[in-house]
Design a protein around this ligand. Structure first.
Ligand code: URA
Length: 262
């Protein structure tokens, strides 16, 4: 303390943030603006309940499992680093995949990467190990990255979903809706020069479109001011090796644009 009297609201905010750090399971608040949005986001993402005081004492019939939105909280509250962001969200229970996952698969690579690859969702190996693209499709992605004269450590790799859908089914729309703000924050923090969406699900989620992969692939799009190229998912290349040639053409396009930005 520098001797200045502390504003009472700041004191309360600090005390509530400390409770959140300690992992309190339920926080009773008077109103949304009595708590830092980031604190509420972290509590809710970690499965705690944030309860308006009226609900806590039974004055009014209000929903007690408050959603972030009902507190005016954007789940994409901004963080200072990928580590801080990961720590805040890694116990997420916003959808049912939180119950079935083994590991939360955040992302991997250079936090200042110039190229960021975005896939769909963790598979069995990723769920076991906690890193994206470490199974067979991941090994193929590594080869593609090496062919681009880059390494896994130089780029950044993340997924639309951070938890594995059981049986590797497609992500459900509501799962993507809950999880997408996490990816958006990762993209903001990494601030890559170029994005590459791997497969239909990633491309459609990033571009907010239902257009088929065939029309999205191979050309440049823009995601929040960052150029984005769509290509095949490596798992599709394992099933249909004939698409490897097109994928390599896409990667050459990516490398040429990257080179032109130097
Ligand atoms: N497929 C994906 O989309 N992501 C992974 O992390 C692994 C396989």
């Amino acid at each position: 303390m520098d001797g200045k009297p502390e504003n009472i609201l700041d004191m309360v905010r600090r005390a509530l943030a400390a409770q959140a750090e300690l992992g309190v399971g339920e926080l009773v608040v008077k109103s949304a603006n009595s708590v830092e949005p980031r604190t509420v986001a972290r509590l809710i993402a970690n499965g705690s309940r944030v309860v308006p005081v009226a609900a806590a004492i039974g004055v009014e019939a209000v929903e007690t499992d408050a959603s972030p939105a009902s507190f005016g909280v954007e789940l994409d509250s901004q963080f200072d680093s990928l580590d801080a962001h990961r720590a805040a969200i890694c116990n997420c229970q916003l959808c049912t995949l939180g119950k079935t996952r083994n590991k939360f698969v955040y992302g991997v690579g250079n936090p200042n990467a110039e190229i960021m690859f975005i896939g769909e969702a963790p598979g069995a190996e990723e769920d076991r190990l906690g890193d994206p693209f470490v199974g067979r499709a991941g090994q193929l992605l590594d080869k593609i990255i090496e062919a681009m004269k880059l390494s896994r450590q130089e780029v950044y790799i993340a997924n639309i979903l951070k938890c594995r859908p059981p049986g590797n089914r497609d992500p459900e729309p509501q799962e993507m809706e809950k999880c997408f703000p996490y990816l958006r924050e990762q993209v903001r923090l990494v601030h890559p020069k170029l994005l590459c969406a791997l497969g239909r699900i990633a491309a459609q989620a990033l571009l907010q479109t239902t257009a088929p992969l065939g029309t999205l692939r191979g050309s440049w799009h823009v995601y929040e001011n960052t150029p984005l190229l769509v290509t095949y998912h490596p798992a599709a290349l394992l099933r249909f090796p004939k698409y490897k040639k097109d994928t390599w053409e896409d990667m050459q396009k990516l490398m040429a644009r990257h080179e032109s930005m130097k």
